[in-house]
Design a protein around this ligand. Structure first.
Ligand SMILES: [Zn+2]
Length: 263
């Protein structure tokens, strides 16, 4: 860490024109007689590369002590389908919807804190079997075909929002689609504009404190393979959520980083 910090200082300080640092260096050089002060000249591109490398190393060093094998980091997406051999301890939320029982305590704490802040957050879609996902997926394609789209277009439009069967994070029991009671009663459903609700904004701000992240944020569509979903929250545990929020990482990016660090 110290070494990297020094590298970063060198990159952004000496070479980037930090007066104080240069001054110290020249003082040190004059004290230590013949040592010539920094004569290395780097192009702005090289400087930037060095700074980026130092920053990246600092990110690796700051990773929590976790493993990509941890149950709460299970990755399921359009490229990595669910491992159905893993046993999932499912339990029902008070409204009857099933989730992995290991997330209930934190989810309950989050909704209670939300309530205190004036938001009635409710789970509307949680655990989903591969069978149910297959039905949803096929129904969606059929709906678009009925509207006059070609089969190919219908598949494309469906896959913007609906994961392929086996590729939905809802199979893990760690994902929860939420609304607030006001939004639910409005009948508007799960649409991006749910983010105009204060409850959603509260969640984006506080979910990490309870181990949840907004799983498909704006700007991460390429990484996640899913369009922006303002309503889909995923449990990853508090440490992971804090890190992902701090560095603005999707789960896919976070796992790449953990892999790189050998975790
Ligand atoms: Zn969802």
């Amino acid at each position: 860490m110290k070494k990297n910090l020094a590298l970063l200082l060198i990159a952004t300080g000496i070479l980037g024109g930090c007066e104080q640092f240069n001054q110290e260096t020249s003082e040190q050089s004059s004290q230590s007689a013949e040592t010539s002060s920094s004569s290395v000249t780097l192009t702005p591109e090289e400087e930037q590369k060095l700074a980026e490398e130092a920053e990246h190393q600092a990110m690796l060093d700051a990773l929590p002590d976790v493993s990509t094998d941890d149950w709460n980091l299970e990755l399921v997406n359009n490229w990595t389908t669910i491992d159905e051999s893993i046993e999932r301890p499912l339990s029902a939320l008070p409204n009857g919807l099933l989730v992995d029982q290991r997330i209930i305590e934190d989810y309950t704490a989050m909704t209670e804190a939300g309530k205190e802040a004036g938001h009635e957050i409710i789970a509307v879609s949680t655990y989903r079997s591969v069978e149910l996902q297959t039905t949803n997926y096929n129904n969606s394609i059929q709906k678009y075909v009925d509207e006059g789209y070609s089969k190919e277009e219908a598949v494309k439009l469906t896959e913007d929002y609906i994961a392929i069967p086996g590729g939905s994070e809802h199979h893990t029991g760690l994902a929860i689609d939420v609304m607030d009671t006001e939004w639910l009663n409005s009948g508007k459903g799960l649409i991006a504009e749910f983010d105009t609700q204060e409850s959603q904004q509260w969640l984006v701000e506080h979910a990490a404190d309870y181990g949840f992240v907004l799983r498909f944020p704006k700007g991460k569509e390429e990484e996640t393979g899913i369009e922006y979903e303002s309503w889909h929250f995923r449990y990853v545990g508090k440490e992971n959520a804090a890190y992902m929020k701090n560095y603005d990482l999707s789960l896919e990016e976070y796992i790449v980083l953990l892999d790189e660090a050998g975790k």
